[in-house]
Each structure stands twice: as C-alpha cells, then as structure tokens.
Design a binder for this molecule. Structure first.
Ligand code: 13P
Ligand code: SF4
Length: 326
C-alpha cells in the first residue's frame, strides 16, 4: 500500500492566495516538522478561526468557532489534542475529553474576558440576585464555569437564554454580548463589566467610514462581542463560524468582517470571488499560536492544560447543559 505524504509544497497550495511564497519559505520547515510530529505523537490540532492562515489552512485537522471546537474535542480519538487557540478553549477540551493530553502552544494565551471575572465574583452575583440563573460565556476559566448553571458561546447565546424560559438571567462576563442578547430575546440581563479587548475597539464610525469608502456597496458582518451600537450599524451579527457560513452561502460581492484580523485572510483563501475589506484588530493572545510555538509544544510535549478534578466535574456539568440545548 502506498501512503501519500503531505509535503510543505502541498501545504503552500492551501495558503497561496494569502501568503506570499517568500514568506512561506520561512514557515515551510516548521510546517513539515509539525506534520511529522503529529504522526509521531498521535496528535490532532484543533484550531480556532482566528489562527493565522498557515495554522488554520496549513497544519490544523479541525477548525471552527468555540462551539464547534468544544463539540469536536469531545469526540477526538487521538491521544494528544493541541488546541491552537486560547487557554479557556484548551480547558474546555480537557473538561470534555479528560483522558486526552491537551497541549496549548503558549500557556500565556489568555483572554481579556476570561481574566475579567473570578469564581468569587460569580458567588457574589448569586448572593445579590438569589434564584436568578447564571449563564456563563465559554470565554471563562473552568473555576468560573463551575459556579454557573449553564454555559453559552456567541453562536448559541440566544438559544441558550431562550431555553431557560425565565424573565431574567445573570449573563457573564461580556457586557456587550449580554446587551446584544438581551435585545434579541427580551430577557432582562444582569451582567458584569467584562469586554473583549479586540471587539470593544470597533466603533459605529468605523463602519460608517467603510460604507462611505465603498459608496454603500459593502456587506458588513460583526461579532456580537462588539458594542450594541456597532452591531446596529452592521448587516448581520454572528459568531465566527456564522460569519463564515454567511459568506459561503450568500457570496456577497464585497464584505467587511468586524472582528479579529485573521478571519478575513482565512475566509478569503476559500472564496476568491468575494472581495474582503480588512478592518481588523489583532488578538495578541490568539497570535501567540505561531508554527514555531506549535512545533515546540509537540517536540517537548510541554504546556499541558489540566483542570482540578473537583472543579472539572462542576464546570463540565455547565458545558454539558449547553451542549444538550445546542
Ligand atoms: P467564536 O465562538 O465566535 O469563535 O468567538 C470566540 C472568540 O474568542 C471571539 O473573540
Ligand atoms: Fe478573548 Fe477577544 Fe481574544 Fe476572543 S478575541 S480570545 S474574546 S480577547
């Protein structure tokens, strides 16, 4: 039997629309080493939609938004999961598939939302609002999830809130996602002053400027972590996966994705017929997932993410309740 080996040249074909060949030349060695290490270690790479194209299209096995990565992590058969994303995503993978070794390319890959709230903050909110269910965005630590009734992602937040059938919820820690969901569902939302450092920087003026630059001939998609006044200026708001589906299904002539920078590159590689306007803010945490960092994690098998079993049981219950709804 002959096995076809994927080479760095094959990988280049997957990114040649967005990475110049001269730049790829500096990446090819790491990319080839990662392919070899994945085989040797029995590893798969789960990558968030914000990874750079060389990671997203080049070396990953599964890509997606937070919700898809959580679902996929649950069914991974390989011994090792490399989570090319941020720490809370790796923790969620570990919660859902605890027998696997979960590595993160750089342990410093945090998230301004996850860092905005502690388990103690959640206990205090519960104390102040007795009986009100706590819906926690997955962009949080396992310890915060453990204090929650149910989790949500940007892709299912509306369905999760509606599934509860209550007039009021505590929805933490993203004040903007909470405000956007409150408007869509009519449910009263008590929140927390957390924000995504990437999405909170977009302004309504940015979108009006893009529309003016293209005389209105542009479709604008925004992530719901953007402030409500930004979402109001957009044509559509959705998770990273929902934005990709919008482009795939509707094929707008020209689109602006109001979100992290790599999204446009990753989607542009696949839809050459769509013109991408590229307003973007970089997520410094996501950008720590370089090919070099992935290679090092696999070479040394370091940067393992673990969760205290007592916390994991309670955190997993909140994630499982979410996955039962959607
Ligand atoms: P998605 O679930 O839409 O992929 O969002 C995750 C995230 O971190 C957005 O900033
Ligand atoms: Fe966190 Fe924002 Fe970065 Fe997503 S983009 S990981 S929410 S800081």
């Amino acid at each position: 039997m002959t096995t076809t080996m994927i080479t760095a040249d094959d990988l280049f074909q997957r990114v040649n629309h967005v990475i110049p060949s001269i730049e790829w030349a500096t990446m090819a060695d790491d990319a080839e080493a990662i392919l070899r290490l994945k085989r040797e270690r029995g590893a798969v790479i789960l990558a968030h939609n914000y990874m750079r194209p060389e990671v997203f299209h080049g070396v990953s096995d599964i890509v997606g938004d937070s919700l898809a990565l959580a679902r996929e992590a649950m069914t991974v058969d390989a011994d090792v999961i490399v989570l090319a994303g941020v720490h809370f995503m790796a923790e969620t993978a570990k919660l859902l598939n605890p027998s696997k070794t979960v590595l993160i390319p750089d342990l410093r890959s945090g998230c301004s939302l996850a860092e905005s709230i502690t388990a103690e903050d959640v206990r205090e909110l519960r104390h102040r609002h007795p009986g009100v269910p706590v819906v926690t965005y997955v962009n949080t630590s396992a310890a915060v999830k453990a204090e929650s009734d149910i989790c949500c992602t940007s892709g299912n937040a509306v369905s999760i809130i509606e599934s509860l059938g209550v007039p009021e919820v505590i929805m933490i820690p993203d004040q903007y996602l909470a405000a956007n969901v409150a408007r869509q569902t009519g449910v009263r939302v008590i929140t927390h002053p957390g924000a995504c450092e990437v999405h909170e920087r977009f302004t309504p003026g940015d979108i009006r400027q893009i529309r003016a630059d293209y005389r209105g001939d542009v479709t604008v998609l925004a992530h719901p972590e953007c402030p409500p006044e930004v979402v109001d200026e957009a044509d559509y708001a959705g998770s990273t996966a929902q934005m990709i589906s919008f482009v795939a299904e509707r094929r707008p002539k020209r689109v602006a994705l109001i979100t992290e920078c790599s999204m446009s590159d990753n989607v542009a590689q696949e839809y050459a017929d769509v013109e991408f306007v590229r307003p973007c803010n970089l997520c410094p945490h996501m950008k720590r997932n370089s090919l070099g960092a992935i290679r090092r994690a696999l070479e040394t098998m370091t940067n393992e993410v673990t969760v205290d079993p007592a916390v994991a049981v309670r955190a997993r219950a909140a994630v499982d309740r979410m996955l039962e709804v959607r």
